[in-house]
Write a new protein. Sequence first.
Length: 238
Amino acid sequence: MTKTIVITQSNYIPWRGYFDLLRSADEVVLLDSVQYTRRDWRNRNQIKTANGPVWLTISVEAKGRYHQTIDETRVADPGWSAAHRRAIETAYRRAPYYSTVGPWFLDLLDSVASEALLTSVNERLLRAVCDRLGITAPVRRCTDVMDRALLQSLEPTERLAALAQALGATRYLSGPAAQAYLDTRVFTDRGIEVGWMTYAGYPDYPQLWGGFEPRVSIVDLLLNTGDEAPRYLDRTAS
């Protein structure tokens, strides 16, 4: 019996491809005990507005903390959610499903605003959006699977393979960018097949504000398509 594991760093309200990756797994591990990367997707994402894509960024305490991990990264401004709420209200109040999905998502933002750690904000939002999209794969933190000190002592590919093996994986599914650096032999030596996710072929969906922008936050898909959102994760949908 095949058991597919996805191991990924948490992102802030990521695009639909991220959620397609999660729904392709039998189990998901959030790898947040690794170094926080600046100007990345951990604490920010884009929404589509009348003036083009705009960044929504959670300000974090990063100055001088060059080696902190994602799960050590603290939110710097507790007012971030109010600013993001206003931006979403302005950009999407005309969206077809704003009146039904909007209150749910905006209340969700308010509910995570008190979290002190970025990883906690991301995890709660990811879990809630997965539920909304019907994604049932269990999501757990890497430190719930293996000891933190052990994880941090391992070389990056060894770390991934060890986590996958600890969960009884027979298949590890990775995003396509990792093909440039992942040593697949580390997995195959443990009897774990490596698969590569593809993000090609997603159908367009109705959007506000001009030409289609494929890589904006999942918020855009939810507010524009409502309960139809899961079918737009299907690369064979039309």
